[in-house]
Design a protein around this ligand. Structure first.
Ligand code: MRU
Length: 354
């Protein structure tokens, strides 16, 4: 966009054809005006556009209506939101309220509260230091994606051999992180290495993160795919069309229970029944050692409006896959195979890989 364009707090509209490698969420000082800039994921795949958010309220709203989504991405957006609070809100009470609103925008992914708390802790050191902390989280997530891909490619090769056919759920690519991805980052890396046998994108009811967003990312990477309704996943696995399920996570508890997009548990049951590996890929920033197990996690319910307006609805956005259905968890620093009674403390951190 031209540098003569006037500052605005309303989003640019229309199809701007996002370049490959565009960061999902970032800090921007367009025309000297600080902003959180992000890809509007509610508009994809039909419209590619950036939102330029100049108030904390706009960032909170973007997180709540899933314009930015995915555990690492909302963590980065929340951290940058605190940096925006530091430069735009001078009254301490109002700033505290803005930070609390960011922290509480969505309850389930641990990345959001964690990033907001981390950046808020340096608010007393001033706006520059606050922004530096938020940008550090952004950069750490970018490095994490590269590392998860390296660990994940090795593990999938070990578990499945050559050219695995993978089933994935929700969107776990660059859109859910900053660039790269978690589970989908492993799929991209396998493809780049010429070692991918195929990929099924589970559509992910009701907001279609799989059918809209994962297929958009796979298409841009020129990776052939099939999309399937969520209920088809366990049957495709049973029919021998899937060599491994690979998903991300919004929170992984102390005992290894995995909280992820609703529908993940059904794929895990199907995989266990068929003896197919079920692999979870998530950065260390998604590991929550303070929460003992999945039963202790607040599962966001998004109500009936997104599912069946005017009908009473049960609409949990996430489910819990118990640790004993998970073959392995791949993070940016280790591969963990949980056994009963084992915790994260039992497995040492390894190096970041690239
Ligand atoms: O409700 P969403 O779209 O934010 O849910 C996202 C997921 O469940 C992803 O699978 C998860 O964040 C892991 S990918 C980084």
């Amino acid at each position: 966009m031209s540098s003569t364009e006037p500052p605005r707090s309303t989003p640019p509209t229309g199809n701007v054809q996002l370049p490959l490698g565009q960061r999902t969420v970032d800090w921007s000082t367009h025309a000297g005006r600080p902003a959180v800039e992000l890809i509007d994921q509610t508009a994809l795949p039909d419209v590619e556009r950036l939102l330029r958010l100049t108030t904390v309220d706009e960032v909170v709203d973007a997180i709540q209506r899933l314009a930015v989504r995915g555990a690492p991405a909302i963590g980065v957006a929340g951290g940058l939101g605190v940096a925006l609070a530091a430069v735009t809100i001078s009254d301490p009470a109002a700033r505290d309220a803005a930070v609390a609103a960011l922290r509480d925008a969505r309850p389930t992914a641990v990345n959001l509260a964690r990033a907001v708390d981390r950046v808020a802790a340096v608010l007393p050191d001033g706006p520059q230091r606050t922004l530096a902390e938020a940008l550090a989280i952004r950069d750490e997530e970018i490095a994490s994606s590269d590392s998860m891909a390296a660990y994940g490619v090795d593990l999938i090769g070990e578990l499945c051999g050559a050219e695995p056919r993978l089933l994935t759920h929700c969107n776990t690519g660059g859109l859910a992180t900053v660039t790269g991805g978690t589970a989908l980052g492993v799929v991209f890396a396998l493809h780049r290495a010429g070692r991918l046998g195929g990929v099924v994108a589970s559509e992910t009811r009701p907001l279609l993160q799989g059918a809209r967003l994962t297929t958009w990312e796979l298409g841009r990477a020129q990776i052939p795919f099939r999309v399937a309704v969520d209920g088809a996943g366990p049957f495709l696995i049973a029919r021998g069309e899937v060599d491994a399920v690979i998903i991300g996570a919004d929170r992984i508890c102390a005992n290894g229970d995995v909280v992820n997009k609703i529908g993940s548990y059904a794929h895990a049951l199907g995989a266990a029944r068929a003896g197919v590996p079920f692999v979870v890929v998530a950065p260390e920033s998604t590991v929550d050692r303070q929460t003992p197990d999945g039963g202790a996690v607040e599962i966001e319910d998004r109500g009936s409006a997104e599912l069946a307006p005017n009908l009473p609805a049960a609409n949990p956005a996430f489910d819990v896959t118990p640790f004993d259905l998970v073959t392995a968890v791949v993070t940016d620093r280790r591969v963990v195979r949980f056994a009963a009674g084992q915790t994260w403390d039992d497995i040492p951190l390894g190096p970041l890989r690239s």
